[in-house]
Design a protein around this ligand. Structure first.
Ligand code: ADP
Length: 449
């Protein structure tokens, strides 16, 4: 279902014209109100009166997380504090949290794009949604909440964590939809199985997952475990929150639509900052087109992905591929750059590994080393007659098929990433799980020594 068909199917020339008009307005608005951008425009030689729109945008430098920090808390706001209807913060995954604000009008747009996203995810008015995103300063909980109400869903605002209660509500209230981080949806799927709760005891049909990178292996685990169609929702606080892009339930695996009438995307080379060709990987950069409290131009998200147009007849807006990682998550080991999601992609291709993994970087002497801890899929451990939850190196040594699996995984890592990594096979549940929010799958212990 399309929530706003006229906008979602707007022919590209008209979409560009709309973006141009909105961008010009946003530039004039910032030039009149925000000293930070007044300085930026002056530095770039941009005169708001003659600014031509998208074609002039790349003359402007990037806005970065550091600019938010330097202007903490409200220095980038374009309206008086009294006109700010709500404040949120980023989760602070990669450092100090940044503060963001919304006017009442911004909140209405936030709800609109989340409603549009949920509709694309397959949600229909009248369905119930269990919202397991954290409520509070994090944009996920309230963002999804109001968007779901806007679409006409019944919201169960349970927030993240409290797995017992989540499972109880899934059985008692029988919602059709769950919204959660993918790592927490994995936990719910595993707990249902572990507790022997029959699939018919719950009524889920759809899962809307986001806030952290996830792979096709996780999608399979969640879809099978919860018996849902799982789609991706993406966003970040500095630009708005969740609902900047969304995957269509019928087009799973082909990318997420970026709602281009509100957010103008670019993908640029992570080193040079120059735009890359359509479809090429780079850093995602966004300019807001309609924000009032905190309009931001050319925000360097640090997220690595690609964007492309040739995809579907359903909507005209551009699609983005999955986030491969954050520029900040990139590990440089012995001169080789890689993202932990590359390890995840390899796991997806190996039948007997589960999608639970952790990458640990350490330094021995002057040499960087990486270990990958990964859980073996439960059926194989059962087949071998091993305790599924406590696998040791000795067990691995005793079983040819585990040794082979370990060797095969290490070889694929070496072949695909170009680094030798030590692989440790673990039993089910031996790695940390999401407690309701984002899960960090990387431990970089090099700085700590
Ligand atoms: P923080 O940057 O502190 O985590 P946010 O809560 O604003 O704060 O999170 C936004 C970030 O979360 C994005 O920049 C991106 O790295 C990640 N993210 C959000 N949604 C997704 C998604 N669907 N897939 C991958 N990463 C995502």
């Amino acid at each position: 279902m399309l929530f706003q068909p006229d906008i979602e199917r707007l022919p590209l020339p008209q979409l560009r014209a709309l973006q141009n008009a909105r961008l010009k307005e946003q530039v004039a608005y910032l030039a009149a109100r925000v000293p930070f951008y007044q300085r930026r425009f002056a530095e770039a030689g941009i005169d708001p009166a003659t600014f031509r729109g998208l074609e002039d945008l790349t003359r402007l430098g990037f806005t970065r997380k550091a600019d938010f920090r330097d202007n903490y808390p409200f220095g980038l706001f374009a309206v008086p504090e009294a006109e700010v209807a709500r404040l949120h913060c980023s989760s602070g995954t990669t450092g100090k949290a940044t503060v963001v604000g919304y006017t009442a009008g911004d909140l209405a747009i936030f709800s609109e794009v989340v409603a549009r996203s949920l509709a694309a995810a397959g949600c229909r008015p009248g369905m119930k949604v269990q919202n397991a995103y954290g409520y509070g300063l994090f944009t996920g909980g309230l963002g999804l909440h109001y968007g779901a109400e806007r679409l006409g869903l019944t919201v169960i605002p349970v927030s993240g964590g409290s797995t017992d209660r989540q499972l109880q509500l899934l059985q008692d209230f029988r919602p059709e939809i769950i919204c959660a981080t993918p790592s927490y949806a994995q936990v719910l799927a595993e707990e249902l199985h572990r507790r022997g709760i029959a699939p018919e005891a719950i009524n889920l049909k759809l899962a809307v997952l986001g806030a952290e990178p996830w792979s096709e292996a996780i999608r399979t685990q969640v879809q099978d475990g919860l018996r849902v169609a799982a789609t991706n929702i993406y966003g970040l606080s500095e630009i708005l929150g969740p609902g900047i892009s969304q995957e269509d339930v019928d087009e799973r695996g082909t990318g997420s639509y970026i709602w281009e009438d509100h957010f103008y995307p670019e993908v640029v080379d992570k080193d040079t900052g120059e735009p890359v060709a359509e479809g090429e990987l780079g850093v995602l950069v966004f300019s807001t087109l309609t924000k009032k409290a905190l309009p931001i131009l050319r925000y360097w998200t640090g997220d690595i992905t690609n964007i492309y147009y040739h995809h579907s007849v359903k909507r005209t807006h551009v699609k983005m591929g999955p986030i491969r990682g954050r520029a900040d998550d990139m590990l440089i080991i012995r001169g080789v750059n890689f993202f932990p999601t590359q390890v995840e992609d390899i796991i997806s291709g190996l039948a007997h590994l589960s999608p639970h993994y952790q990458v640990v970087a350490t330094r021995r002497g002057s040499l960087d080393e990486v270990e990958v801890n990964v859980e073996v899929a439960e059926p194989l451990l059962r087949e071998l007659g091993l305790a599924t939850t406590a696998l040791t190196a000795a067990h691995v040594a005793e079983h040819d098929c585990l040794r082979q699996l370990q060797g095969q995984f290490a070889k694929k890592i070496k072949d695909n990433i170009g680094l030798s990594m030590r692989v440790n096979l673990l039993g089910c549940g031996q790695l940390p799980r999401s407690e309701g929010g984002k899960l960090n799958r990387v431990r970089d212990l090099r700085e700590l020594k």
